[in-house]
Write a protein of this length. Structure first.
Length: 479
RNA sequence: GGCCCCAUAGUCUAGCGGUUAGGACGUCGGCCUCUCACGCCGAAAACAAGGGUUCAAGUCCCUUUGGGGUCACCA
């Protein structure tokens, strides 16, 4: 029995990744199987090198370990899809030879126009199989001549296709709703669908435990297994974590913090986060809500899953965290606090910001208090959160625009933050004097602070993002 | 919009044909107490609607409604 978690290294380590990893891990450990970590970095334009390490660290932080993976190796290495390009190309070739797949020379432009036309005519969206009947020999010739193309799966034209989900039973889609999925992109890299199926088979994955959002592509995957002549694994689609506000859409950073590091930075204990994720869609049994990973593994079973999408509720996480915190010995609590931020390394990084601003040591803690606080209270400074001649709603929007800016950048440095802020200001036509004050208040809750960008750097991306978003909300509501 | 998944309090959930529908977070009261917090006690709060099946339905079936996901050379 083998399972895997297959995150894509495109940003911050996501709680959804931790969530799915937990269930894969618990199941594997209980069954005495193997838990594999595979990095799905086939999108060269989006994959980020720093993100992979962040994922390793986040998973380790909450207490999960894997038996095979890019960092620890294993019998099915490499575990990084970007290093397996030849494997996918070989497999695409097999499908081409079997006429299960075909080369497609349609341009992005034609595809875009097709989509617009389909939308206008209210027809179902999807590839129109324009290249499907091209003569394979001719297509091979064009490809050999260097003409850009992709490889598509030749989906059978008729018949219902079903797969069996352990939690949901048969899930069926009709052939006409499934278009000819791209398997190999024009850059020679596979799409998720190809890489995923090939790797799961080659890595002998027996149970694919992933989020519900994959249900509608699973029939395509089953078709792929069939085209290769392979047996598909058991599929288990977990419910999606949801945002806490009204809409209950799948959890997203636009709505609430999704980075594991955010929860770490606000002082959530890893065992509490893990425990909390274990109560999302799964119940321990009895009235137990607080349990360890080991206990969860012991009693784990799929029939205790409930399929309604659970809302990730920070209040309840905090309550659970409180339980863990209170049970610590004072000695352990001290260690946890030190591991968090009360350590020399962190102090050394922030002390230069305030050294010249204090006269006695008793002024130190008050001067840097906002570096150790959670959400700030903006009520006393509400009147300062303004930019002359700019509507509050636009100030709020502007704040979010700044977030988008640093979101798009790799790394987290004073220089980057300052560069982006400057560009942001000139784009909006705001005076830095006013705009930076709003940023300052958002990030610190006060008007007199250490230098803004150093402060943001010290605060960290997760908390900075959170505070800017909250300020935007506060401004939006205030008017 | 097409297709798919889902549906017990505001939120997380128990329930797997017969229960006064249980627990937890949050909320509100009270007790404890030098304050606050913890802790303890208590309260309000749910089976989306309508049809079936059955002696009996939150539990099974259908329809409706509602929510979500997905429709990329992203995963």
């Amino acid at each position: 029995m083998r399972v895997r978690i297959a995150p894509s290294p495109t940003g911050d380590p996501h709680v959804g990744t931790a969530y799915i990893a937990l269930f894969n891990y618990a199941f594997a450990r209980q069954q005495g199987g193997k838990f594999v970590l595979r990095i799905e970095d086939t999108d060269l334009s989006r994959a980020r090198t720093d993100s992979e390490q962040l994922i390793f660290d986040a998973l380790h932080w909450i207490g999960l370990t894997w038996d095979e993976g890019p960092d620890v190796g294993g019998p099915h290495a490499p575990y990084r899809q970007s290093e397996r390009g030849d494997i996918y190309r070989e497999h695409a070739r097999v499908l081409l030879d079997r006429r299960e797949a075909y080369r497609c020379f349609c341009t992005e432009d034609r595809l875009a126009k097709l989509r617009i036309q389909q939308q206008a005519e209210k027809r179902p969206l999807g590839y129109d199989r324009h290249c499907r009947e091209l003569d394979p020999a001719e297509a091979a010739r064009r490809a050999a001549a260097g003409e850009p193309h992709v490889v598509r799966l030749g989906v059978p034209l008729s018949g219902p296709f079903a797969f069996h989900d352990l939690l949901r039973g048969e899930v069926t889609r009709d052939a006409r709703e499934i278009d000819d999925q791209v398997l190999l992109k024009s850059d020679g890299m596979p799409t998720y669908h190809l890489a995923n199926v090939v790797d799961d088979h080659l890595m002998a994955i027996s149970h694919v435990i992933r989020a519900e959002e994959w249900i509608s592509s699973t029939q395509k995957h089953v078709l792929l297994y069939r085209a290769f002549g392979w047996d598909p694994p058991q599929f288990i689609h977990m419910p999606l974590l949801r945002n806490a506000d009204k809409d209950k859409t799948k959890i997203s950073k636009r709505k609430q913090p999704v980075s594991v590091n955010y929860y770490r930075d606000i002082g959530i204990l890893p065992e509490a986060l893990l425990n909390f994720l274990g109560t999302m869609g799964w119940s321990f049994g009895g009235d137990r809500e607080k349990f360890t990973l080991a206990e969860m593994i012991e009693v784990f079973s799929w029939d205790r899953i409930s399929l309604g999408g659970p809302v990730f509720n920070l209040e309840k996480l905090t309550w659970l965290n409180e339980k863990y915190l209170h049970e610590l010995s004072v000695d352990e609590l001290a260690d946890r606090a030190i591991a968090w931020r009360l350590n020399k390394a962190y102090l050394t990084s922030v002390l230069p910001l305030v050294q010249k601003r204090i006269r006695k040591l008793d002024e130190l803690i008050p001067a840097i208090e906002f570096l150790f606080s959670g959400d700030l209270d903006y009520t006393p400074v509400l009147g300062e959160l303004v930019i002359p001649d700019v509507a509050p709603a636009d100030v709020a929007k502007g704040l979010l625009a700044y977030v988008e800016r640093f979101e798009a950048r790799v790394g987290w440095t004073k220089q980057m933050l300052e560069d982006e802020a400057a560009a942001w200001c000139s784009e909006l036509g705001w005076k830095t004097k006013h705009a930076y004050m709003v940023l300052r208040i958002a990030v610190t809750g006060r008007t007199a602070t250490p230098p803004l960008f150093e402060t943001m750097a010290a605060l960290g991306k997760e908390i900075t993002r959170r505070r800017l978003r909250r300020t935007a909300e506060v401004i939006g509501k205030a008017k």
